[in-house]
Design a protein around this ligand. Sequence first.
Ligand code: CMP
Length: 137
Amino acid sequence: MEQTLSIIKPDAVSKGVIGKIIDRFEENGLRVAAMKKIKLSSEDAGAFYAVHKERPFFGELVEFMTSGPVVVMVLEGENAVVKNRELMGATNPKEAAKGTIRADFATSIDANAVHGSDSLENAKIEINFFFSGQNIH
Ligand code: CMP
């Protein structure tokens, strides 16, 4: 059993597809172990995406992630990290495989509907960023 962090981004929240996205996870063996709807501050988003600080898109990324509320979840299941990334599809929705969350709900590389941890190691760090142990069930 693995745990991974998923964020439903502001574009998907404002489109009203939170339920449809969670359905993809639950239909594919990923259980929601923790969940909350929050609005990130610039400090929160900058700290969460600190690995991208030097990338040219960092400013736009922080601006987009703070443009509206997000839903943050811990997903649990077998091979949760890889399975979540398969369900999400490629970062750029134009390259995302048919039937993936980003192909179906995302519009651009910034407004790409969801974030998911890229490794088990980062999943632990990202989960700790948003949730304490007693809030993961
Ligand atoms: P995410 O999985 O949340 O991780 C970092 C985010 O930066 C990524 O999804 C994209 O939404 C955003 N981003 C914007 N431009 C780029 C880019 N050129 N390469 C990778 N990520 C980008």
